[in-house]
Structure formats: structure tokens, C-alpha cells
Design a protein around this ligand. Structure first.
Ligand code: FE2
Ligand code: FE2
Length: 266
């Protein structure tokens, strides 16, 4: 598809950059590029102006809300506890401080799981995640993480992807979730979001630490791209299921070799 036909956000695919272009970035600049890219996508996916509201039967809404909350509980467990636990096993013996930060993240994420499980129970739903029929796109998100074998690539695909996307979900302005979820659920999201800056900082620090060569940067960029592609599909689908229709094309990654991050079109 030609860029002009898409009409949506097109994020630069950094994994296509050659060694010279990636080598121009110092580790901090590279981490900033990944952060900005995930945030741009998050803002687009959750921007209220990209959706129009649809009528939903109240019983259908309740059923879909229950499914959404079950999905959220599943995500807190799989992305929030299992992936950081793998990162701990992949770090070296001299990285105790980072392992402890990851362990603290796991503690936070167990609490997040319980927040969503409680809301599922309140609605009379099955809260046990072992019984959750995970959608294909959700499993794809987890598969992207399972296929990574370094703590830094996992950071790019987790704390520096999904957690950045979550960080826009409690915004006051232009937030589609505020049109779809009631005050009680939004308060729960706000409570959870208060923990996320520390998790995103773990991602930032792991990305900076391991952005030593163009090859390492490319692997992290690719991990983030694969995860975000699956996450965009999952999140747009579940936003629409709660009672709206997306009116702008979903974000895509675009290969434009060695482009500047400032040259992105919107
Ligand atoms: Fe969480
Ligand atoms: Fe988190």
C-alpha cells in the first residue's frame, strides 16, 4: 500500500536502518527513539478522535466488559510477572540491583492482576486466568516475548512497549477509554498506572545498557516492532468491542531506510 493510501500513523521501522544510521545514536538517543515511537502509537490507538461511538445492548456490553477485564488480568500475569521473571534469569550475577527492580515490578503486577480479577468477580465472571480463552492476537503478543532470549530485547518488547502504551490509558483528555468504561473501572486504571513509571524506567535502563552496537539496537528495535504490531491489533479490537468503531487506519510500521525520526508523517 502506498503511504498516501493509508491515512493513519506510519511509524519508522528502525530495524531496517543500516549500521551507520543506527551507529549515529548513542544509547540514550536510541532509548528515546523507542520511547517516542511507542508513545506515538499509544496516543493514536487510544485517541478518542479516532473512534465513533456505537450503540451496544447493555447485556452485550456487560459480557464484553467482563471479557475485557479478564483479558486485563491475563495480561498482568503473563506480561507483568512471567516476562520479568524470565528477564531475571537472563541477567548476570553482577546485575543484582536490576533483578531486584524486576522483582518489585512482579510484586506490583500481582496486585494489578488482583485488581482486575476482583472486578471480574464483581461482574460474576470467571476470574481464573487458566480458564481464559486468550484471543489469537493476545497469544501473538506473548509469543513475541517468548521468542526473545535477552533481557534487553524483552525490555524493548515489554517494559518499553506495552507499559508505555498502558501509560496513556488514564489520561483525562481525548481518551477513548473514558467514553467506554465507567468511573469505577477508570479509577482502578488510574490506581494501576501510578506503578507504571517505575516499570517503564526498567525498560529504559535495560535498553540504554545494551544499546552498545548497531546489531543490539536492531534486535531491540525489531522486538519492539513485533510486539507493538500485535498489540495494536489486540487493543484496537478490544476498544471496538466495548462499543465504538475506529474511523482512522490503525498505526503501521513503515520501512523507510535511514529516515530521520523527525520526518514521520501523521
Ligand atoms: Fe501492570
Ligand atoms: Fe507494569
Amino acid at each position: 500500500m502506498k503511504p498516501a493510501d493509508h491515512g493513519g500513523l506510519r511509524a519508522a521501522r528502525f530495524s531496517d536502518w543500516d549500521d551507520d544510521r543506527l551507529g549515529e545514536c548513542d544509547p540514550r538517543e536510541f532509548a528515546d527513539l523507542l520511547h517516542r515511537r511507542a508513545l506515538d502509537i499509544a496516543e493514536d490507538v487510544y485517541h478518542a478522535g479516532n473512534y465513533e461511538m456505537a450503540e451496544l445492548d447493555p447485556a452485550v456490553y456487560r459480557e464484553r466488559l467482563t471479557f475485557y477485564l479478564r483479558r486485563r488480568a491475563w495480561g498482568e500475569c503473563y506480561f507483568g510477572t512471567l516476562t520479568p521473571a524470565r528477564q531475571i534469569t537472563l541477567l548476570g550475577a553482577d546485575e543484582a540491583a536490576m533483578k531486584l527492580r524486576l522483582a518489585r515490578q512482579i510484586k506490583d503486577e500481582v496486585r494489578h492482576h488482583d485488581v482486575f480479577a476482583y472486578e471480574v468477580k464483581r461482574l460474576g465472571g470467571e476470574w481464573r486466568i487458566a480458564h481464559f480463552p486468550a484471543p489469537r492476537t493476545l497469544l501473538r503478543m506473548y509469543e513475541v516475548q517468548l521468542a526473545r532470549s535477552s533481557a534487553a530485547e524483552l525490555a524493548a518488547a515489554n517494559q518499553y512497549s506495552g507499559e508505555i502504551v498502558l501509560s496513556v490509558q488514564d489520561r483525562e483528555e481525548d481518551n477513548v477509554l473514558r467514553m467506554l468504561l465507567d468511573e469505577r473501572i477508570m479509577t482502578a486504571l488510574e490506581d494501576i498506572e501510578a506503578d507504571e513509571p517505575a516499570h517503564i524506567a526498567i525498560g529504559r535502563d535495560l535498553v540504554r545498557q545494551y544499546a552498545r552496537t548497531p546489531g543490539e539496537m536492531r534486535a531491540m528495535a525489531a522486538a519492539q516492532e513485533l510486539f507493538l504490531e500485535a498489540q495494536i491489533a489486540q487493543h484496537v479490537s478490544e476498544i471496538q468491542a466495548l462499543g465504538c468503531r475506529r474511523v482512522r487506519a490503525a498505526p503501521v510500521f513503515e520501512s523507510r531506510a535511514n529516515d530521520s525520526p523527525d520526518s514521520r508523517d501523521r
